[in-house]
Design a protein around this ligand. Sequence first.
Ligand SMILES: [Zn+2]
Length: 218
Amino acid sequence: MEIKRLHLASLQGADGRRWPVHGFVVTRGGDAVLVDTGVGGPQQALDDWRVVNRSVADALAELDLSPADIGLVINTHLHFDHCGQNAVFKHAPFYVQRAELDRARREAPDLHDWFDFTGARFELLDGDTEILPGLRVIATPGHTAGHQCVVVSADDGAFDLLIGDAAYTPRVYADPASDKLPPGQASDLPAWRDSLRRVQALGPDRVHFCHHTDVIHH
Ligand SMILES: [Zn+2]
């Protein structure tokens, strides 16, 4: 399996700095899986976050891929910067934790047109699930109630963790006990810390972030 990172947008964090927004394509043979689709949502949200957006199709084109090549989509969670271009992939199923879809329908009705449009096909997951051989998700509640991370295993046993927003940055990953977390990092602090400790205990060989360009190597 091969992991390729997409640059999908940048936005201004609550700390005043520009944050990147990354998605990932995981390919194996002819299969291509997309993890998170980038930014979309009401204009007000794009203005509030000072989004400089890209189309996910343009980002895929840099990898010589088109949206039609994506067979399935995994959303780590349903915030506007992770599912905002789901509608580009109407042909593909969206693998989402059931708890996350429930949360988003409850808390973010303004994003309805972006993740819950007519014809959206969800594969609802209840906890840790193998999606394809060597590709699985692990439930990591805390950032949101139904957040999940993606684990990509190599044949030699090494594995990569696509951490989603379970940690925004390497610094947060290294020190989940810090009392100086970025705003929005955890909606449920005890659950979030438990989840982060759990993924750390798995011992990933590499950790890839959605909002930071550094990759942690162990
Ligand atoms: Zn988020």
